[in-house]
Write a new protein. Structure first.
Lengths: 594, 519
């Protein structure tokens, strides 16, 4: 019955009859050819919408695409149509501030698409050379947000060249040699679709996959060190570096903050490999602009001049970095150094909000340190114990307006600090108060002070002020019932998580921002009568307790633990129990018997 | 220049923090035969808001070209120079523009100046009656110190304009408008009557509508005649058919405003602009034996001067065989076929005449929201019936979502409303069937059951975020079982029945309300 229900409620937008990738790497001197072939049938209205137009991106500086695509209409008389193929600068460039029209997007439009039509798409990517250095890698995913009937991954590889292979999940594998070329073939069976829902894991993170590469991570680390670090350093402008250090300070966080503030996020079609090769620090300073790699290189240069020993690290923020990375595997560069205790200190001059030096979404993900002798992949620390949101309210009850008015303060740490900094910095200063009122359930018109610039990591973020919160009062003649507002109202982020996690149709949950939310509320001016205090509720991930601390004073302490990011079955059950309790007024209701 | 920039970077922290300002803004438009030329100049000072770091100009490469004539930036000390070559690029545009010429001023600190000029050539067929434009005296939300619009070239004699606060002068075949501090948009148009505008906007569509139709259109029309539907029902079914079959495509800016694909092309591509969808719909209705005309419409008609920009909606007027007249908006995606959304007066042009369609009244927008709550089990069932604006919101909230996403959508909606409920299952009418009003049923849980005999809870409700200018009729009620007594605030009418209690919202509450149950 459960299986039947899952089949009914969980239908994919499309099915891939064939999902195939062939990598011809047999002649690396003359480049690589990656050919993907997909046969897709859209099954729903959204499937039609998603597949009416699909895109493939490429860099015209070092590769080209050859696309053939057609649609077979199931409706009699409509026959087959060729897809309409057009090419444009990539649509993400304008919004991202990247003047890199060398990044192209091929749009494949299927005319007159209907549910049940069959789409055939073949894309051959001719890679003349790889950006920066000849470190080839590729990852084949067997599952996706749509279901896949059959997956085939085939690699043609010269026997004289080493091949690294990493497999996750079940594949059938065989190989043979033909014309002095190794043919290795993996096949995967039918794969259910992985629904793409809020608070669900990324399909790529749970899909069976195969990664292959021409070099091991240490070789890639050493080779890219020369290109991205050693070759970018300049000796001629040390007086400029000294001037910056004298203004910004010589500590790593100071210099990182200076680069983050002063270098505008902007790129252009610069260098041999736009989007990959960074400018040297002086060029970045001259143009007052750069992307993550330019900023990271500038920071490396300044840190070394200030007497530190930093090293660059490469990672991917869009999905976890492949265990076998190559030249194309990374979309972000930051800086790290060892502190006196031997711990790694991360510095990200592109992230203005994370006090940890890397965004919390990278926790537990791989990165590659770039060092002269070469280093293996490492993992960002996955520690969430310090993720905290603490709300303190001290107010008095006004029965006539059914409000609690008073002072409040909010402090942040870890992931909560980064999240709220980014939200506050993301709105115009004139809209900031309205955002804070909404986030913390405050009635409009509060007097609020934000201490610390949300974009300045050296300034602790604190929100304080005075405001009004709606509470609920009901009188049945015998007693007055006071429902005290809880985290459900005062922390919009955790209550949003509850709304998405509580429906029980799924067990795979990914908590976007893990943190512990604590609410302490002190209320004076409580109604007359004999108070009946509710029993405390305590579970592994939620607790609430109300006490009467003086004649006229109630204190409520509530805590919910949204942690870890990927809870196991028992942790999820505990979390759901706690979240349901947080929605229940009975634990927050004090009855005043008349 | 490089040294100056680096020094200014190093000394940056001490810079002032004034907003950006525009000292000079001009737009010179001239028509030469069939090509429109436009020269745009901007000079200004960068502020703390860094609004002038980048300037983007959208264009359509099929009909327009844009050339950067000048992009110079300078320091307050007087040094200046051109931007580096890499700081100009042609990217994919947004907001209907196919492309955008993006100019970045990469080292532009606060207090530094910019001097920017582009020229645009437009060889679309939009100008054969003369120049038309709506010119705003603001750049990036900033009112310039000096703002000059000038018109020149061919067909100047036919132009007329409207706009307050402009000093107008004419010399050497050029009309110049200098804005003042109180200026609003300047509207320029060659169209003197609404009939002229209607003919211009519909000139391609009218020809196609009056020509022979392709067999595919007749087949599509036949699909809506089944089951003996009368002509109104056929018109409604035709709306659903097009909504299900034709993907609304955005209007491409810079293209000919009146251009449409042929009916066969529209049907084959399954894509259509609002005008193309209206054309296909009117042709289907004609094929079904009805009289059908396409009407340009708009609600934000700010001027008495007819100009194409303001007529953004397209209606179809149908007259059935028995003489009844109906209005439909075929491109209104996921909107009940019988409903034309108009919180304000809607204007339309028919047979050269300017006409008014009054705003929706409260009977158009109805909602019934009924909650059945089992207090002992802490479960609920919710039943919603809707029409008009409520129907539209329900369709757009749920259309295209998987069942799991629909569950989460209800949960998210209740969270936004301030009282999270936990849906376990739901059923919903077909959002793509535009002939029947939307209904929704949800079953789920509310809170942890309590052992107490008497306790208080917050009743669930849904916040529809309805704009205040939309009149409506709302019936919201809660049917409670498992309770013997109940206390609620005066906003509710309480009806005690044999084994249940009904609460009726009498004041259309806008937030969740507490009640006291006794089991």
């Amino acid at each position: 019955m459960v299986l039947l229900l899952m089949l009914v409620i969980s239908s994919p937008d499309a099915v891939y009859l064939e999902h195939k990738a062939v990598l011809d790497c047999s002649r690396p001197d003359s480049g690589y050819i990656e050919t993907t072939t997909e046969i897709i049938i859209p099954l729903t209205a959204r499937g039609v919408q998603r597949y009416a137009e699909i895109s493939a991106s490429y860099r015209n500086t070092w590769e080209s695409l050859e696309v053939t695509a057609s649609i077979s209409h199931w409706r009699s008389g409509r026959g087959d149509d060729q897809a309409i193929i057009s090419e444009h600068p990539h649509s993400s460039l304008l919004a991202d501030g990247r003047l890199e029209s060398t990044l192209r997007e091929v749009l494949i439009e299927f005319p007159g698409i209907e549910i049940g039509d069959t789409l055939k798409v073949s894309i051959s990517r001719h890679i003349r050379r790889l950006p920066m250095e000849d470190y080839y890698s590729y990852t084949f995913f067997a599952a996706s947000r749509d279901s896949i009937h059959r997956g085939v991954f085939r690699v043609l590889w010269p026997p004289s060249r080493g091949l690294q292979i990493h497999t996750e999940g079940e594949f059938e594998e065989w190989s043979y040699s033909l014309d002095n070329v190794e043919n290795i073939i993996w096949e995967s069976g039918p794969q259910c679709h992985v629904p793409l829902l809020p608070f669900s894991p990324d399909p790529a993170s749970i899909s069976p996959c195969i990664s292959i590469s021409s070099h091991n991570p240490s070789e890639v680390s050493s080779g890219l060190y020369r290109i991205l670090d050693e070759n970018c350093m300049v000796d001629s402008s040390q007086t400029i570096a000294d001037s910056i250090i004298s203004i910004a300070g010589d500590q790593p966080a100071d210099l990182c903050g200076w680069v983050s503030r002063e270098i505008e996020y902007l790129s252009g079609n610069l260098g041999d490999d736009p989007g990959y090769s960074p400018r040297n620090p002086v060029e970045t300073l001259e143009t007052h602009s750069g992307v993550c790699r330019d900023r990271a290189v500038l920071l490396l240069w300044l840190l070394r001049r200030a007497g530190h020993s930093p090293f660059a690290i490469l990672t991917s923020v869009s999905s976890n970095t492949s265990p076998l990375p190559g030249s194309r595997s990374f979309d972000h560069m930051l800086v790290a150094l060892e502190n006196s205790e031997g711990d790694t200190l991360f510095l990200d001059p592109t992230n203005r909000f994370s006090t940890e030096g890397y965004t919390y979404t990278l926790r537990g993900w791989r990165y590659l340190p770039l060092t002269s002798p070469g280093s293996p992949s490492a993992y960002f620390p996955d520690e969430s114990a310090g993720d905290l949101l603490s709300i303190i309210v001290e107010g008095s009850l006004d029965e006539s307006s059914t409000t609690i008015s008073g002072r409040f303060s909010v402090t942040f740490a870890g992931a909560a600090d980064e999240l709220f900094r980014s939200m506050l910095a993301g709105v115009e200063p004139s809209s900031r108060n309205a955002l804070i009122e909404r986030l913390f359930g405050i009635l409009p018109g509060a007097e609020l002070i934000v201490e610390g610039d949300p974009s300045a990591l050296d300034e602790p973020l604190l929100i304080r002020g005075t405001g009004y919160w709606k509470c609920a009062l009901a009188d049945n003649g015998d007693s007055l019932f006071l429902i005290i507002p809880g985290l459900e109202m005062l922390d919009l982020v955790s209550s949003r998580a509850a709304a998405f996690i509580l429906p029980e149709f799924r067990q795979d949950i990914y908590i976007e921002t893990p943190y512990t939310a604590r609410l302490s509320m002190l209320i004076t001016g409580i109604p007359s009568g004999i108070p009946v205090i509710p029993e405390a509720f305590e579970s592994p991930r939620y607790s609430i307790q109300i006490t009467q601390t003086a004649d006229n004073v109630l204190e409520m302490n509530e805590c919910i633990i949204l942690d870890p990011a990927v809870p196991d079955e028992n942790q999820l059950a505990d979390l759901r129990t706690g979240m349901l309790a947080s929605l229940s007024s009975s634990f927050r209701t004090v009855i005043f018997r008349q | 220049m490089k040294t100056i920039i680096i020094i200014s970077i190093i000394a940056a922290s001490a810079a002032f923090s004034a907003p950006s300002s525009i000292s000079y803004y001009s737009v010179a438009i001239s028509l030469h035969q069939d090509t429109l030329h436009k020269v745009i100049e901007v000079r200004g000072v960068q502020g703390a808001d860094r609004l002038l770091s980048r300037i983007s100009r959208g264009f359509n490469p099929q009909t327009q070209s844009v050339r950067l004539e000048r992009a110079v930036f300078g320091t307050p000390e007087g040094e200046s120079g051109p931007i580096p070559p890499w700081a100009v690029d042609t990217l994919t545009g947004t907001g209907g523009w196919q492309r955008a010429l993006v100019t970045a001023f990469p080292a532009l600190r606060e207090g530094m100046t910019i001097d920017y000029m582009i020229s645009v050539k437009d060889w679309s067929n939009n100008w054969d009656k003369g120049i038309w434009a709506v010119l705003s005296p603001f750049v990036k939300g900033i009112r310039p110190d000096t703002c000059i619009f000038s018109l020149g070239g061919d067909m100047l004699d036919d132009l007329h304009w409207e706009g307050t606060g402009y000093n107008v002068s004419a010399a050497g075949g050029i009309i110049e408008f200098t804005a003042s501090d109180s200026s609003d948009a300047l509207v320029v148009s060659p169209f003197r009557t609404f009939g002229e505008l209607e003919n211009f906007l519909l000139r391609d569509a009218s020809i196609i509508l009056d020509s022979a139709y392709p067999p595919d259109l007749r087949e599509a029309a036949l699909q809506v005649t089944s089951a003996g539907a009368d002509q109104y029902a056929q018109a409604v079914r035709a709306r659903s058919l097009l909504c299900n079959s034709i993907n609304p495509s955005p209007v491409v800016r810079g293209a000919d405003v009146y251009s449409v694909h042929t009916l066969q092309e529209i049907l084959d591509s399954r894509n259509g602009t609002p005008l193309e969808i209206a054309l296909a719909y009117a042709a289907m209705c004609r094929e079904l034996g009805m009289e059908a005309d396409i009407l340009p419409a708009g609600s934000a008609i700010s001027t008495v001067i007819p100009i194409p920009d303001e007529w953004t909606r397209i209606l179809v007027r149908i007259v059935s065989g028995d003489g009844y007249e109906y209005f439909m908006e075929p491109s209104a995606f996921l909107t009940s076929a019988s409903f034309i959304y108009r919180p304000d007066t809607l204007y339309y042009i028919t047979e050269g005449n300017f006409r008014i369609m009054p705003p929706n009244d409260n009977h158009d927008n109805r909602l019934t929201e009924e909650w059945c709550i089992d207090i002992i089990e802490s479960t609920f069932s919710l039943s919603i019936e809707s029409s008009g604006w409520y129907d539209l919101m329900l369709r757009r909230r749920f259309a295209g979502l998987s069942y799991q996403e629909q569950i989460l959508s209800v949960s998210q909606w209740s969270w936004i409303s301030g009282r999270t409920v936990i849906p376990d299952s739901l059923s919903i009418s077909d959002p793509f069937d535009l002939g029947s009003d939307m209904t929704l049923s949800v079953y789920g849980r509310l809170w942890l059951p309590s052992d107490a005999r008497t306790y208080a809870e917050i009743l669930p409700f849904l916040d529809w975020a309805k704009p205040q200018n939309i009149p409506d009729q709302v019936s919201r009620s809660w049917i409670l079982t498992g309770v013997t007594d109940l206390t609620a605030c005066d906003s509710y009418f309480i009806d005690f029945q044999d084994d249940l209690i009904v609460l009726i919202d009498t004041l259309t509450v806008t937030s969740s309300m507490p009640v006291i149950f006794t089991r």
